[in-house]
Design a protein around this ligand. Sequence first.
Ligand code: NDP
Length: 255
Amino acid sequence: MRTPNNKVALVTGGTGGIGTAICECLYKNGFTVVANYRDFTKAMKWREEAKKWRDDQLKMGIDVKVVEGNVSDFKSTEKMMKEISEKSGPVDVLVNNAGITRDAPLHKMTPEQWYEVIDTNLNSVFNCSRLVVESMISKGWGRIINISSVNGQKGQFGQTNYSTAKSGMYGFSKSLALETAKKGITVNTISPGYISTSMVMAIKEEIREKIVAQIPAGRLGTPEELAKLVFYLASDDARYITGANLAINGGLHMY
Ligand code: NDP
């Protein structure tokens, strides 16, 4: 039985594989949840897909609102935050989940591949956090949860752009945690290993098997396991955890 709380959670890239599980989990645990998807001006299909996503969720009893916005662009993010504030209220829990990969070894990487990944995975964290932190400070409560990656911790061949963006989240989170620790706000990163989203399941089976063979737990993680960790960090119980990085990778990388 869902007991509504009075908190608004925004999940960027909320209609993707991991985002969907986070939205469902937060909704079931009482949050008013808003899922961000990409700015439709770039391609009408995103708006149609988001509407279908919301309809599918509603059929399962999950009432998550959807909102357009390109989080790699400050102005677009500003417009989106204004809309959320007017329709649902100020954001209490921000989950910076939107992300992309554009892999290539550095000697072949184009400036476009570099900037697109940095803008989407890292500059989006500034854009969204900057636009919600003041209202969190004035309320004396807030949660910012940044979805990083094991590849931000250990590096990955062909991912200088992605690893840079994901490890940049650690410095951002620790600094903002220091700035907001006395204001009832926590700022943390989660670094997932391989999670069984459609992106990972689309990898050729024999390659996926090789990946799984390297994971001490012997399997991929599930989006639901990750979502429960996000929920814990969003809860009051996690009030003393800030500036931390929580790894969820089945033992793939430990330090
Ligand atoms: P998905 O591609 O399913 O989800 C990412 C979402 O971000 C998509 O909905 C995507 O939209 C959206 N997005 C991309 N760019 C923008 C933008 N500029 N503005 C708004 N939304 C945008 O991937 P996952 O669910 O697997 O990944 C979620 C997060 O988890 C990412 O940050 C990823 O790096 C991280 N991660 C994933 C792992 C995994 O094993 N799956 C492992 C470690 C980290 P669109 O569909 O239109 O592209």
